[in-house]
Write a protein that binds this ligand. Structure first.
Ligand SMILES: NC(=[NH2+])NCCC[C@H](N)C(=O)O
Length: 379
């Protein structure tokens, strides 16, 4: 079918589900630390990024291995998600599995490829157009290559396909003021940007997952100058087709564990403060608050397991139509809350959402939603 997806709730006909194949490590370099600063610091993980204070002479740790068992369990849970979406009636596509965490280098830095897992992050379907957003984490630079077979399929069927300018991504490309404004000890470890002959100043870097689609209206969060430049590019590119509502420092980056529309007129929200920071028309929508997360619903991890999300990650649900939502079966309070509001819940187990940085909304890209269009929902 042709690409057609304008919102987060119309009946799901086709979807891409990410892959965790060969996820082996996180590279603990500047772009990663900046990106995950809020969650990692909040979880008091920062001190463990560098050498221990009494061992200042040793080299800072450059990568953190992921445990094989967690990756296997992640991929089991993803298979269950695929099964449930197929049973619902959606056509499910998959990215290519990462064949190996291959090393690559640009003229100014090096990294290792990671799998196309959180595929919500670097591509957004804007109606009949695929837009690939520029990466913010170096290891993710070539991640979308794994989605090319899927994107070509839609291209052959008539889709428009645009890619935002690719960042050079030297240390000085990053606006660190959001992170340094947090006044956390973390800055001591990450604020040593090196000069490079490729420096070009702040570059546009923004993730698709900083946006939410409401027909003709797009909500977008910008916390840094990098995000503002990215949002400006989108605004110009889609002039006359979409209206962008910029929210300043609504979150550090992604917004889909703070707010998600479940259908026109109904929002799932983390808390009342989040609701009050939304653009005026959305403050009039009905609100469903995600229940306070239960710490017992998360696996017990060890000190060397990096947590990349907040405890609210289970509100990162995938709506398959206006009445039906895919929810983590390990979050029964949220299931009950949604059922009380007369939603049908499709439960799927997702154990390691905090280790891999995403829930079901992050792991999917809804390419075809039946009857979705560039409607005015925010009037
Ligand atoms: N599209 C995504 N990867 N979203 C995940 C957002 C997670 C968010 N930073 C949190 O910690 O709750």
């Amino acid at each position: 079918m042709s690409l057609n997806s304008y919102d987060e709730w119309s009946p799901l006909a086709e979807v891409v589900v990410g892959s965790g194949a060969r996820f082996e490590a996180h590279e603990l370099e500047l772009s990663f630390k900046l990106f995950f600063h809020d969650v990692a610091y909040a979880a008091f993980y920062y001190p463990s990024y560098g050498p221990a204070a009494d061992d200042a002479a040793s080299e800072p740790e450059s990568s953190r291995q992921l445990k094989r068992r967690y990756v296997d369990e992640l991929n089991e849970d993803l298979e269950e998600l695929v099964t449930v979406l197929r049973e619902y009636g959606a056509l499910v596509h998959r990215p290519l599995p990462l064949p190996a965490p291959a090393p690559f280098s640009t003229p100014s830095w090096q990294a290792h490829c990671v799998p196309a897992l959180n595929i919500r992050d670097q591509a957004i379907i804007m109606g009949e157009e695929i837009l690939e957003t520029p990466p913010q984490v170096r290891a993710r630079y070539f991640e979308n290559d794994l989605l090319k077979p899927v994107f070509y399929r839609y291209f052959h069927a008539g889709a428009k396909w645009s890619v935002m300018p690719r960042p050079v991504m030297t240390d000085r490309s990053f606006d660190t003021s959001y992170v340094s404004g947090q006044k956390t000890p973390a800055m001591q470890e990450i604020a040593h940007p090196q000069a490079s002959p490729y420096d070009t100043g702040f570059e546009m870097m923004i993730d698709a997952a900083q946006c939410l689609r409401f027909g003709r209206d797009i909500l977008v969060n910008a916390a840094t100058e990098n995000h503002v430049l990215g949002a400006r590019w989108m605004q110009r590119h889609f002039e006359g087709r979409f209206r962008f509502h910029l929210m300043h420092r609504f979150a550090d980056n992604h917004i889909d564990s703070l707010v998600l529309p479940l259908r026109p007129g109904t929002l799932l929200l983390r808390n009342p403060l989040v609701a009050e920071s939304l653009p005026e028309p959305l403050r009039r929508w009905d609100r469903i608050y995600a229940p306070e997360p239960d710490d017992n619903s998360f696996p017990q991890y060890e000190d060397d397991d990096l947590l990349l999300t907040s405890r609210y990650i289970d509100m990162n649900v995938l709506s398959v139509d206006e009445n039906t939502v895919v929810v983590n079966s390990l979050c029964p309070e949220l299931i009950r809350t949604l059922e009380r509001h007369r939603f049908t819940v499709l439960p799927v187990q997702h154990r390691h959402r905090r280790l891999f940085g995403g829930g079901f909304h992050c792991f999917t890209l809804d390419t075809v939603r039946r009857d979705s269009g560039p409607c005015d929902y925010l009037e």
